[in-house]
Design a protein. Structure first.
Length: 225
């Protein structure tokens, strides 16, 4: 099979990781958000190249029909195959270095990632092969019925959109909060996993795309002896 460019590898990994995590492939806009590509034509250029090289199949040019070919599926999932190169990997091929952020203010996510309060190295299989992952420490008990407790660390895949019902990190005022994400007709509902707490309702006229920081893909809890 023809060799891929680094960005083509990133697109292919993102599609496979989204299928593994959500059960279905990403939209063109989701791929564009992940890759930093504003135009859907630019995304389609990468997809057409992956199709032409035999790494990807798609029916009727629809993004929800994107599927890596069987040989690529085996390559990505085989433990004997070295993972594709990733800017966040350490010198160990099976480890991913994730920045742990402190306070995240509106518009300052990238700066917080560039200057994290700490780092943690985990096995990349725990969060997939995506490169844009950061960590946040949970404060409070709003998600305890989802198994996320005060003091836990959540690993977050950076993206500007999320499927309905996904656990996300969103900005409310100047604070990052962990909640279920439900876009409604007139508002965004951020639903806690705690029957004693009420949801946060944000009018759609007040909602900004930059308020969604990412989707939770993993949790770490330190057990005290």
């Amino acid at each position: 099979m023809q060799k891929l460019t680094q960005r083509q590898k990133m697109v292919l990994e993102f599609i496979q990781n989204t299928i593994d995590t959500d059960g279905y492939p990403p939209t063109l806009r989701e791929i564009g958000n992940f890759m930093g590509i504003r135009s859907t034509n630019g995304v389609n250029d990468h997809l057409r190249a992956l199709e032409r090289k035999g790494y990807l199949t798609r029916k009727d040019m629809k993004s929800r029909t994107l599927r890596p070919t069987q040989v690529v599926d085996r390559m990505l999932k085989s433990a004997s195959v070295k993972p594709m190169e990733d800017e966040l990997t350490t010198s160990y091929d099976d480890l991913l270095e994730i920045p742990i952020l402190g306070r995240v203010a509106a518009g300052m996510l990238q700066e917080a990632i560039e200057q994290p309060s700490d780092h943690v190295r985990i096995d990349r299989m725990l969060v997939g092969t995506t490169r844009d992952v950061f960590g946040l420490r949970v404060r409070g008990e709003s998600m305890i019925e989802a198994g996320i407790h005060d003091g836990d660390y959540v690993f977050v895949r950076k993206q500007l959109e999320a499927p309905r019902g996904q656990i996300v990190i969103a900005l409310v005022g100047d604070e990052a909060t962990c909640k279920y994400f439900f876009p409604e007709r007139d508002h965004i509902r951020l639903e806690p996993a705690n029957s004693k707490m009420a949801p946060i309702l944000i009018p759609k006229t007040d909602w900004r795309d930059t308020q969604l920081l990412g989707v939770v893909v993993g949790i770490y809890r330190k057990l005290l002896s």
